[in-house]
Design a binder for this molecule. Structure first.
Ligand SMILES: *Cc1c(COP(=O)(O)O)cnc(C)c1O
Length: 378
């Protein structure tokens, strides 16, 4: 790896390749029609990759705005010096309005009471707040009903002079697997836009597509896309490869062999009765457990470029069977939970196999004691 040696101070590490992030961003830009804006979604600690470092990198790579769902995420980004617009993609509580105004956020609005609060607070701070009206086209989570959008917008325009309706948007329910439903959502959204246009209303930014829409529905780019998981290069659908060529993962998650033991047949390995040696074997105890984000149920780890079975789990370490590994395994060797080593690779999609879990959920579980190393390829 191209990680600087003196940065390797912790036994469990997550290496994050910002050169690859840049390539992924460039690939997504190539999918966009001229003039379409690129909102990079960094909610959930940038899908587990680290909010501030990823946010700063994405701003540098030319993304137009960042998308979050918590005020705390927006606060962290502004504290890190992010200057581009930050959009709240989920509802906030009235007690959070003041913070939203201070941070100059672009707000999702789908009910009048929050519009009222934003307007009052905007007046108090002498600020104009940009808002995007969300339209419910079938996800049935947030959003104004299509038939009510026009009245809703006119009411806001009339009453709340500290608000500027910059955008209007919707969110797809199942773009990868349900083309018909997505097409219906697009048709409903188009109808809303057409009706508004007839009334002389056209917010600057109409948008609908997240990752699924970007890949499956190029006709639905409108003025902006909201790109999340695609940025991080993960094949996020268990049984389907959908990523454009060259969009690749950013992370390598590694532990270290901290002890090698010989265990006799019939002897237990690790806590409880979870694993009893079926033969005489060599066991590597590897730093990295559920206290680091290694879930019970992960099946394999890479040692010496070979996949070996994980036998047992604890908070701080796992035990793996290295009896059949070719070549010498030594204490302080690196072991790869997720990533590439030699010709072998374990992906986040692989670790989800057989678990009731998904890639973004597993990535979120990497805990704060894991050392993050951000690097650019030389
Ligand atoms: C999370 C989210 C996105 C990004 O979704 P991906 O599928 O990860 O690209 C976009 N828009 C909204 C409203 C979201 O909540």
């Amino acid at each position: 790896m191209r990680v600087m040696k003196d940065s390797l101070k912790e036994v469990v590490r997550l290496d994050i390749n910002l050169s690859q992030l840049q390539r992924n961003v460039d690939k997504v830009f190539k999918l966009l029609k001229p003039g379409v804006q690129f909102m990079a979604v960094v909610k959930g600690d940038a899908y587990g990759h680290g909010l501030a470092p990823i946010g700063i990198a994405l701003e540098g790579f030319g993304c137009h705005s960042l998308g979050v769902v918590r005020i705390s995420e927006a606060t962290a980004l502004r504290s890190a010096g992010i200057k581009i617009p930050i959009a709240m993609l989920a509802p906030i509580m009235p007690i959070q309005v003041e913070e939203a105004v201070k941070l100059n956020l672009t707000m999702m609005v789908d009910n009048e009471s929050i519009a009222y609060e934003l307007n009052e607070c905007g007046k108090k701070y002498n600020k104009t707040m940009k808002i995007h009206i969300k339209v419910n086209t079938g996800l049935n989570r947030f959003g104004v009903e299509p038939a009510e959008v026009s009245e809703f917008i006119k009411n806001i325009q009339n009453k709340y002079k500290s608000l500027v309706i910059e955008g209007i948007y919707t969110h797809f329910r199942d773009p990868e697997f349900n083309r018909d439903f997505t097409n219906k959502q697009i048709a409903i959204f188009n109808e809303v836009l057409e009706k508004l246009e007839k009334e002389g209303i056209r917010p600057t930014l109409a948008h609908a597509a997240a990752t699924g829409g970007i890949i499956m529905n190029p006709e639905a780019q409108y003025d902006m896309v909201r790109c999340g998981i695609l940025l991080y290069g993960e094949e996020y659908l268990k049984d389907k490869k959908v990523l454009p060529k060259g969009v690749l993962p950013l992370t390598t998650f590694t532990g270290q062999v901290i002890k090698i033991n010989e265990v006799q047949e019939g002897q237990p390995i690790g806590y409880g009765d979870r694993h009893i040696a079926a033969r005489k074997c060599r066991i590597a105890v590897i730093a990295g457990g559920y206290g680091d984000g290694v879930s019970r149920g992960w099946k394999q780890i890479l040692i010496n470029g070979q996949k070996v079975p994980i036998l047992n789990y604890a908070m701080d370490c796992i035990e793996a069977d290295i009896t059949d590994v070719a070549g010498d395994v030594q204490e302080y060797d690196e072991a790869v939970f997720v990533g590439q080593k030699g010709n072998e690779c374990i992906t986040w999609e692989d670790v989800c196999y057989g678990l009731h879990s998904e890639v973004d959920e597993q990535l979120q579980r990497i805990t704060c004691r894991v050392q993050r190393n951000y690097f650019y390829e030389e």
